[in-house]
Design a protein around this ligand. Structure first.
Ligand code: 5RP
Length: 236
């Protein structure tokens, strides 16, 4: 199976297995999570499930949810005070302890808000995203207030990391997030205490959020090129 087929299989499978009528859902972002949104839309249309409301984690998932006929709310909606029942999202890397890196699609801030406000989080990834250490192969995205770009770059470089401003495709200059910020992609020089690194990044003035999810007890499901969907057992 090709990567794209694995993504589709993962998204559709977890939507069918875990989404139930009446649920309040967090709708993830990316080329894997989008298949869950689409399948939820089909299940609604087929009458297999009903009374679903969702919170989009990005402009991408908002557009997809509209197309799928999923009613949307925000996290500030009184209906959402008790939190979400389930969030389905992708990730860029997963380490042996179940720590995640997210934000390859630039949506890390709202993805984090939504995930930590969910009773259950299901993360779906291709097997190639299971790694020993985060941030060595795929950089850690850091969302930064535009005015603070240079001080934040300097501070992170002083930590020994390589920092690249994420630039846009078919638009000159920086990627601007759904929240009006920029993204710095940070590569680690060596394996590090990732929970501590998450805290250190968020303590830098001008950093809004970073893409390390180290406190999330997510269920991780991965897809193989043989077409299996398997649960990953992290060493917590
Ligand atoms: C977006 C994300 C995505 O979930 C992550 O980048 C994985 O995306 P894909 O499923 O397209 O590989 O965090 O901000």
């Amino acid at each position: 199976m090709k990567d794209d087929q694995v993504k589709e299989l993962l998204g559709r499978t977890v939507a069918e297995r875990f989404v139930q009528s009446g649920m309040k859902l967090g709708l993830g972002t990316g080329s894997t999570a989008v298949w869950a949104i689409r399948r939820i839309g089909e299940l609604l249309q087929e009458g297999v499930i009903d009374s679903i409301v969702g919170v989009a984690t990005s402009s991408q998932s908002e557009v997809e949810a509209h197309a799928a006929g999923i009613a949307l709310r925000t996290m500030n909606d009184p209906e959402m005070v008790a939190g979400l029942d389930l969030t389905i999202d992708g990730a860029d890397e997963v380490d042996a302890h179940g720590n995640l890196t997210k934000g390859g699609g630039g949506a890390l801030l709202i993805e984090k808000v939504v995930a930590y406000a969910s009773k259950r989080v299901i993360i779906i990834v291709g097997q190639d995203k299971l790694v020993n250490h985060l941030g060595l192969r795929f950089p850690i995205p850091v969302e930064v207030v535009p005015l603070a770009r240079m001080p934040v770059v300097r501070t992170i470089e002083e930590l020994g990391c390589e920092v690249k401003l994420r630039t846009a495709v078919r638009k000159m200059g920086a990627v601007i997030t759904d929240n009006g910020n920029i993204i710095l992609d940070v590569s680690l020089p060596a394996p590090t205490d990732i929970a501590e690194f998450e805290r250190v990044l968020n303590n830098i003035p001008g950093v809004v959020e970073n893409g390390v999810f180290s406190r999330l007890a997510a269920e991780i499901w991965y897809g193989t090129s043989e077409g299996q969907v398997l649960q990953f057992a992290p060493r917590r």
